[in-house]
Design a binder for this molecule. Sequence first.
Ligand code: HEC
Length: 462
Amino acid sequence: MSVEKIRATTVLHLFWILAFAGVATAQTSSRGLLASSEAETAPSFYADVLPVFQNNCVDCHRPNAPDVGGITAPMSLLTYAEAYRWAPRIKRALESGYMPPWGAHVQHKGTFKDERYIDDADKETVIAWVDAGAPEGETPEGASPSESTTLLEDSKEGSGRGLTGWWIGEPDLVVEFEQPVHVPDSVQDWQPTFNMPVPDGAHTEAKWISKAELRPGGPWVHHIVSSHMGVGVPGRGPFTYPEGWGVLLPEDPYITTNMHYHKTPGPGSAVEDLTRAGFLFYEPGDVIDYVVDTDLNFTTRFVIPAGDPNYEVKHQRPFEEDTYLLSLGPHMHLRGKAMRYELEYPDGKMETLLWVPDYDFNWQFLYEYEEPLFVPAGSRLHMTWWFDNSEGNPNNPDPTAEVVYGAETTDEMANARIYFAPASPRGIVVGEKIPEELLRAAEAREAQRRRRISAQMGRGRM
Ligand code: HEC
């Protein structure tokens, strides 16, 4: 069969499956909750379960699973065989709420982009399917199971990693380490800094970033800091700025990245890391109204007593000018338990912006507003972190240790990053001269960061 022919049949099958899925979903809801003993009405894979996976899971659970800040899903949920094999664990992950991964309390439903809440009815359908022995049911007519996998993959093109291997699509600029970094057996925590050279002629003038993605080489990357791109941490996807929001990338022979590797040391634990970064830029004629700024709100003033199951830390930040708040990124380490951002308006009214009741170090989401939030001058941000330093915390490396602020994974952090912009629109036309003060500010910020990093290196932190 010619390639075109295969494509054409693929597309046809896709329509067919979608139609089929639609009908099946309607049936499921009219049936209401399913009793698992009713074998003849038990949900089946293609009719009932696959559509749920498509809506909730396959962005990550697919062949060539995308890397979400250093971790990848262990199986595809597009094929019956794999879903069947994982069925008991799927049930457990749904019941515990571990999957789909998301930290914001359900009270925030509808507030943040790419939120991952699964409907109760969908959850019930999948659990009933597992309880019924995970039946395959009828294969959609004309499509062998392997073919249907291919078509579903194709249907994801452009939304997930697609064919380019990047969440953001084909980048305008890709940079990477000059050579893979060897992280030796002895390493537990290591924070080296590397320059990713910009290929010759690839970036000869300052440009406005619309999207940026860091692709860490593996799960041992604890975090990456780069001022032009923000922070890459476990569980975090790419940066996609809203239209009219941008970050300036000055002309520069290299992009500096401060890596933080963390793994269990020992013979055979060495890894090679080749981290890459991709950028998409605004086009000439586009208008930048909001220049993205970021602030790492944090406090170092805490001492978490050994064994304390619920230690609270607080911090505040005033807003001096009218601001749009773009996103919120809580960060703690292994003893992190819960986190809250509250906004106190000038009239004293309090609003909970983000409540993460069950913080998970492996899933450090950036909570990005669907519509940036207007924060009037005179408001005050209140941040609260809770830590569990007891032995009841399965991630706790040492419940007998008193813990203070520090960079190592076994230390703690009480950070609450925000991304924001002044509320008055700038009206900068891409392609016209970039305001000098913005260029200077972007360059100064990078230079300052490089100085800070070399000072750290000078203190002998390896
Ligand atoms: C944002 C990406 C993402 C989404 C969406 C997602 N997963 Fe996962 N899933 C992962 C990653 C990454 C892992 C591996 C990390 C781990 O096992 O802790 C994983 C692990 C799992 C596991 C294995 C857990 C175990 O017992 O080891 C199951 C089962 C699972 N996912 C089911 C689902 C189901 C069902 C959905 C949809 C309802 C879903 N996931 C949605 C990324 C995702």
